[in-house]
Design a protein around this ligand. Structure first.
Ligand code: ASP
Length: 721
């Protein structure tokens, strides 16, 4: 009796431990049956696992798309209606905004399908299948071959497999590496290229709280926008054509407006971008003490310039809104990441683990030979190359953060041809045409005085932070010549350069020839860019690439060792923008001593934050009126309108816009963020505080129906009470 109580308690403890820690993980959807099914059921999943991912019949995966390459979206109607975040659709909303029709400020709702706006370049990609091809690669790869040989073989075999996978279809296929290159999967996809903007709330709803509230809880951002996928008459992908028709998906999500309760099962299906959960202590040290702080330092400068400019005029506000958001998003996240990793003693935890790993590795001659040196090698790699890695941050964030330098850098291929002994005239013409085509778009969002300020400020920062031996002599000479006055330097360059004028660029790029190319060579901005970019390529980037490649090789060994050392642990592959499922439960958290965050916010809290006229906390009059009348339709409960909720799902950037599903696989919200204390989850998932933030679907529908009056969209959806 005693023993059985004891073993029951042990079982219970193990189960509880598994449950509370199992929310970590971005799982392969095709392996859920063998890896996760029992745990998912224990937590509350009510549908068969093969309804989540299935290559033989339609399944939830067929309603999930990679949106625009970097976000996730979900299909919510039989006519290709797609839901994603406002911040994912932001650049397309911005692109179509002007002072006359400022969709960022006022929102946009197409009244008919004819009014839906084409978004050139925007894609929606469905996953057709994910197939393990590791065995094929293991037949040709060996432990003792050189990395160069290994990479050649991988390239060759991948090309063969990819070609075979898509024969006779309109699909694409790509072999991707997982577990730091220890496993290979071929992913077949179908990409739609005619995706149109259907609707977006004004930024005062879609970006309510702005940068101040980003990455924070409690949260009130109505972070959604809607698009539609179009196809040809055969329901196949097609470039934009006026007579394309709405795509009919194999599956679209039914929507539940029953709301959520504490501990409800949730899953998030999407394309998480990048995590690094299995890195070494040395790599973590670099991230926390060098890379993140460097990037934050430069972006603080960039953001202060851009924010001032945006505040000064509505036109500049439109031009820089999307760029500002991207910059600010990373800037804030990295600060949270550093704070969280420091607070949880993550570095020491890694070191402790590495002691165990080393002891384990040294136990047998075979493991010692394979894994005994890997940690020391990683440590040495980062220490030896620290100054290059440090400089690399400032080149990529500061030097190439100057818009004109980035633009001029795009002339490299063209100028390489011009500089040849016998330049190929056709190549020159084609290359110049290519640049000319992008020029109008580039200048549309370019504000010269802002970029001039950026050049003076960032070059000065770069000069202070990077040792002279890691910059071109040209820069140190310029510094001497100008006596350290980078403002004067930037002013002279901007006065004389043709690269800051759209008119001059159009002039030179039209009927471009070798003679014009020679003229460019004397341009001060071209000279500056050429000096910096050449030095960067040959001295810094080349070294950084070597480090990345060598770290890649060592990480592959280290992770293979970690898996061998812990055969009972369930490993999930780091995020790499491929389709994953993560599951957890609705739950609040304790951000710090004495504070308990509830799992849900309501419109009452949003109204409490309302500051009339404020750029982050203003509330549109119509929303205020709806609030005052408590006119929430079927989406409110007891006079309350839910806005967002928290859950324990392990998500990252790229999961933005992902469908958040209930135990029945019905849509209950759109994932859009994580909490400040948990941003470190890309490196270390702490189940106590790592939470994803979901926009409650009821708030989305309330805004669409009551605020925007877009009943035609509501009518397309399958809404379950
Ligand atoms: N809001 C986040 C982003 O855009 C999403 C996340 O990382 O959780 O990167």
């Amino acid at each position: 009796m005693k023993t059985s109580i004891k073993s029951y308690l042990v079982f219970l403890l193990l189960t509880v431990c598994t449950i509370s820690h199992a929310d970590e993980g971005m799982w392969f959807p095709q392996l859920l049956q063998q890896m996760n099914a029992s745990e998912m059921r224990l937590k509350g999943l009510q549908i068969p696992i093969d309804e989540i991912y299935n290559i033989n019949k339609s399944s939830l995966k067929d309603a999930v798309v990679q949106f625009g390459g970097g976000c996730t979206g979900e299909l919510i109607s039989a006519q290709g209606l797609l839901l994603t975040n406002h911040h994912c659709g932001f650049s397309y909303i911005q692109d179509n905004s002007s002072l006359d029709h400022n969709y960022l400020k006022d929102g946009f709702w197409a009244k008919t399908m004819q009014e839906e706006i084409p978004c050139p370049g925007l894609t929606a990609t469905f996953v057709i299948s994910i197939i393990d091809v590791t065995a094929e690669f293991n037949k040709v790869l060996t432990d003792d071959m050189s990395e160069a040989k290994r990479n050649d073989l991988i390239k060759e075999l991948s090309a063969q497999l990819e070609k075979r996978a898509v024969e006779g279809t309109n699909y694409e296929a790509r072999v991707r590496q997982f577990f730091s290159g220890n496993e290979f999967y071929i992913i077949t996809t179908q990409t739609f290229k005619d995706v149109r903007l259907v609707g977006a709330p004004p930024s005062s709803i879609g970006n309510f709280g702005g940068d101040s509230d980003n990455w924070l809880w409690p949260r009130y951002t109505g972070d959604f926008s809607m698009f539609r996928v179009y196809a040809d008459r055969e329901n196949k992908p097609s470039e934009y054509k006026n007579d394309n028709i709405p795509f009919k998906p194999k599956f679209f999500f039914p929507i539940s407006i029953s709301g959520v309760q504490q501990d409800d099962f949730t899953m998030v299906y999407g394309f998480p971008g990048r995590t690094q959960e299995y890195i070494s202590a040395a790599a973590m040290d670099l991230l926390v003490n060098t890379t993140d702080p460097n990037r934050v330092m430069v972006r603080t400068e960039r953001l202060s310039i851009i924010n001032d400019a945006m505040r000064s005029s509505e036109a500049i506000h439109i031009q820089y809104a999307a760029k500002q958001r991207t910059l600010a998003n990373g800037w804030k996240k990295w600060q949270g990441e550093v704070k969280g990793l420091k607070q949880t003693n993550a570095f020491q935890r890694k070191l402790d683990f590495e002691i165990d790993f080393q002891n384990w590795a040294e136990k047998t001659p075979v493991t010692k030979l394979k894994y005994g040196n890997v940690l020391a090698s990683l440590e040495k790699l980062y220490t030896k190359n620290h100054s290059y890695l440090q400089a690399n941050d400032f080149y990529s964030e500061a030097v190439f953060g100057i818009e004109v330098i980035n633009y001029v850098n795009g002339f490299k291929t063209l100028m390489d041809v011009v500089n040849e002994d016998q330049p190929d005239i056709k190549k020159i013409h084609d290359e110049a045409e290519k640049i000319n085509k992008g020029t109008a778009n580039y200048f549309k969002d370019y504000h010269l005085p802002t970029d001039q300020l950026m050049m003076s400020s960032l070059l000065s920062l770069f000069d202070k932070q990077v040792v002279d031996s890691l910059k071109p002599k040209y820069i140190t000479d310029l510094r001497e010549k100008y006596n350290g006055d980078f403002t004067k330097l930037a002013s002279d360059i901007f006065k004389k350069s043709i690269f800051v004028s759209q008119e001059k660029m159009n002039d030179i790029l039209t009927d471009f020839n070798v003679k014009k190319g020679r003229k460019i060579k004397n341009d001060p901005c071209y000279i500056l860019t050429n000096e910096l970019a050449t030095f960067y390529r040959t001295t810094i980037a080349s070294k950084a690439t070597q480090v990345v490649n060598e770290a890649g090789r060592l990480n592959r060994i280290f992770l293979a060792g970690q898996r061998q050392m812990q055969p009972d642990k369930k490993f999930y592959p780091d995020a790499n923008s491929t389709l994953r499922l993560t599951y957890g439960q609705v739950r609040g958290y304790e951000p710090r001593d004495g504070v308990n965050y509830l799992y849900q916010t309501t419109l009452d809290g949003l109204i409490e934050k309302y500051i009339p006229g404020n750029e982050e906390f203003d509330v549109p009059a119509k929303l205020l009126a709806l609030y005052n009348a408590k006119d929430y339709g079927r989406y409110g409960v007891n006079g309350k309108m839910s806005v967002a909720f928290l859950a324990t799902n392990h998500t990252t950037g790229g999961n933005s816009g992902s469908p958040v599903l209930n135990a029945k696989g019905q849509l209950i919200g759109t994932n859009f963020d994580r909490v400040w204390e948990g941003t470190m989850s890309d490196v270390l998932f702490n189940p106590e505080v790592c939470r994803n933030i979901t926009l409650d679907i009821r708030y989305t529908l309330f805004i669409v129906e009551k605020f925007a009056g877009a009943q035609r969209l509501i009518d397309e959806m399958e809404i379950l009470n």
